[in-house]
Design a protein around this ligand. Structure first.
Ligand code: FEO
Ligand code: CA
Ligand code: CA
Ligand code: CA
Length: 696
């Protein structure tokens, strides 16, 4: 395979979308234009509205807040183009604390226009980046210099487009911690100037993908964190980092290549989106839009089902490495080695990260684990594609609650062997019934029963005509055969450790109800679903059950413009408008926090982070906590409410600009005409941001 050099990197052939839809840059670079159809505005759906009204009435009859005349009151905000000056597992334990009042009190900010290039927090709060794209990680790392970028430097610096993020304590005093972040994709058009060497552009892009682990420190719990260059746990996971493939598909003929005839060692990770943190202190990260990195024949059923095509990729790494073109001899299976859940031990910089085949292969948004009453661990996982499915993994072995090295070693094997299921939602409306009875909703609510359909149980395939290896490598094809429910793009799927209820962020599906596509179902009740919704699942029995009940917590939108928006019956006039839910997190008292990705193209507001009350008379109340800068999405929320700290990953700020004409200057906000300080830049830098009380 020849290496082409000196060619200008150009996205133009990849931009499949036109004005008025989601950013064409995001579509091309992040999702390989997965949403190639028309994107329409939100439209009230009579079917939905009728049932929502009935639910509201029922709620009023129960004495909860009926549709009130009060409008939502927004607090003052700190809309700042300047950062502030530097300065346990298991349901039972958490459930005992119950829902309570959080120490993190704030007044919701007003929605921020999508064109505003600022990071906005509530009055009384400040923010600053903990770490930015290009920040040096090791003692030998060069400081970020936008005019002297190289692949060698990037490989020793913090990567691009941070998504899943978590911070784990390293000491009891709260002075040391370790931060994990993944790097989903790159946008070379705003990272590098026009005319930059094409081969080096591709190499920089590769080095800006992957994962980062970095140590944090602070003087005390009131202070914001800062990262520690050269700390012992700091680590970059690059395209040549080895990952061990675990589970039943490891070693199978479906994953071998000429470079790995044993089919057990995979180089690199791609398209890492959301993730989760396990009770044993490891990080899970979902390989999502991996298909966009491979050229393939594009003719097999699997290629078609996974979006693999014969067109050149956006970044053209196939020019540098034959494995990125699966038509090359010996590499037919290379794309089968991506699309997994990755597990990383951030406390051991010498550990080999894993890809868990037992959890299936699809466009994994992430995975969130809970320990069932039985001791088995259960992981909930979404496949983020329009009309794709919701999955659940149940471990074969049981969790050991001890904290010895042996306990931890055991727990780190739990995701390598277990049962895999896919969700089928029934409703009591004609559109979604399981039993064919065609009954109308008896209580006027969006709810119903559901079941987890088996794909692999007890090490055996439950799918006719497919081996276990085939089910795990071609999980979408296997699931198609058993008739699960087509969902509106499942992003984060996260169980509450307070209640065991599971929350599913369906971000949007603008194709639902279009000609030739499935129409509204009870669990995906809106056609042309631009704003998304949240499903609340209650397992019957413990988390390992194959039966569940469900209801809709929220049908998102701006109530001022979209009469089908619904917030568990809470008055729509009193919520922050919210659209395109993506990542979920919980605070210590059981509130749900939702970060969004896509609001600018639906509501016209910037994406942000929102708190949702789940219990009591204010159930369904949505309060916006922060808004991210122009063109950015909000990712990786971490809510340390007991310390009054909130963290988010700001991904793709200024996405729609160019290097020469940038849309964002976040987070350094170097003043026009000013000389950037060392390590600063005039161009936007994806960053992990900490929000804290200004008076702490
Ligand atoms: Fe990368 Fe499903 O968002
Ligand atoms: Ca996501
Ligand atoms: Ca989450
Ligand atoms: Ca997203």
């Amino acid at each position: 395979m020849s290496v082409s050099s000196g060619r200008k990197f150009s996205l133009l052939p990849m931009l499949g979308h036109t004005k008025g839809k989601r950013s064409p840059v995001t579509c091309a670079l992040k999702c390989d234009n997965a949403c190639s159809g028309e994107v329409c505005n939100s439209s009230p759906n009579g079917y939905f509205r009728d049932i929502a009204s009935a639910t509201m009435s029922r709620r009023a009859a129960l004495g909860f807040g009926a549709a009130g005349a009060l409008a939502v009151v927004f607090g003052n905000a700190v809309t700042s183009a300047e950062p502030a000056a530097a300065g346990g597992p298991g349901l039972a334990a958490a459930a005992k604390t119950g829902f309570g009042k959080s120490k993190l009190q704030f007044t919701a900010i007003a929605p921020v226009d999508a064109a505003v290039d600022a990071f906005t927090v509530p009055a009384g709060f400040s923010w600053q980046p903990i770490i930015r794209w290009g920040d040096p990680l090791f003692n030998d790392s060069p400081a970020f210099d936008v005019d002297r970028q190289s692949a060698a430097a990037q490989g020793r610096q913090f990567g691009y487009n941070n998504d899943y993020t978590d911070i784990l304590a390293l000491d009891a005093k709260g002075r040391r911690a370790v931060l994990f972040t993944n790097h989903e994709y790159t946008n070379e058009s705003i990272m590098l100037p026009a005319g930059f060497d094409a081969a080096e552009t591709r190499a920089i892009g590769r080095a800006a993908h992957g994962l980062t682990v970095v140590e944090l420190e602070r003087k005390n719990k009131n202070q914001p964190w800062r990262y520690v260059q050269g700390a012992p746990l700091n680590r970059r996971f690059l395209s040549d980092t080895s990952y061990e493939l675990t589970g039943p598909a490891a070693g199978s003929a479906l994953v071998t290549t000429v470079a790995d005839p044993a089919g057990r060692t995979i180089k690199g990770t791609l398209g890492n989106c959301s993730g989760g943190t396990t009770p044993w202190g490891t990080i899970l990260s979902g390989e999502e839009n991996f298909n966009g990195y491979f050229v393939s024949a594009g003719t097999s059923a699997a290629d078609k089902r996974y979006g693999l095509t014969s067109k050149p990729t956006a970044r053209q790494w196939e020019l540098d490495d034959p494995r990125f073109d699966t038509r090359n001899p010996g590499y037919a299976n290379e794309s089968n080695r991506f699309g997994w859940i990755v597990e990383v031990d951030p406390q051991d910089p010498t550990s080999t990260p894993k890809k868990h085949s037992a959890m299936g292969r699809f466009k994994h948004e992430g995975a969130n684990v809970i320990v069932a009453a039985s001791g088995h661990v259960v992981a909930y996982m979404g496949d983020d594609e329009r009309f794709d499915y919701l999955y659940k993994f149940v471990s074969k072995d049981k969790y050991r609650p001890g904290t010895t090295a042996a306990d931890r070693r055991h727990n780190m094997t739990l995701l390598s062997d277990g049962d895999l299921f896919v969700a089928k939602f029934g409703g009591d409306s004609p559109a979604a019934e399981i039993d064919g009875s065609g009954k109308l909703p008896a209580d006027g609510a969006f709810d119903g029963a559901g079941e987890w359909l088996p794909l692999v149980v007890g090490g055996k395939s439950m799918v006719s005509g497919m081996s276990v290896e085939e089910v795990l490598v071609y999980t979408r094809l296997a699931a198609d055969k058993v008739g699960p429910t087509k969902m509106d793009r499942c992003e984060d799927v996260q169980p509450s450790l307070h209640t065991g209820k599971v929350y599913v962020a369906c971000t949007n599906n603008t194709d639902r109800g279009k000609t030739g596509k499935e129409g509204a179902t009870e669990v995906n009740p809106r056609t042309l679903n631009r704003d998304g919704h949240i499903v609340e699942i209650t397992e019957t029995g413990d988390q390992t059950s194959t039966k569940f009940n469900w209801n809709l917590l929220m049908v998102c939108g701006d109530p001022a413009k979209n009469t089908s928006a619904y917030f568990a019956g809470f008055p729509a006039s009193q919520v922050s408008p919210i659209s395109c839910p993506d990542n979920l997190a919980f605070d210590s008292v059981g509130n749900l926090w939702i970060s969004t990705d896509g609001a600018p193209s639906s509501t016209g507001y910037a994406d942000g982070l929102f708190k949702v009350t789940l219990a009591g008379p204010e159930r369904g109340r949505v309060e916006q906590f922060l808004a991210v800068p122009r063109d950015a999405e909000t990712c990786g929320p971490i809510i340390h409410d007991e310390e009054r700290h909130v963290f988010v990953a700001v991904q793709h700020p200024g996405e729609d600009g160019s290097f020469e004409t940038q849309n964002s200057r976040f987070p350094d906000y170097v003043a026009a005409g000013a000389t950037p300080k060392p390590g600063q830049a005039r161009i936007p830098r994806p960053s992990v941001v900490q929000v804290f009380r200004a008076d702490d």
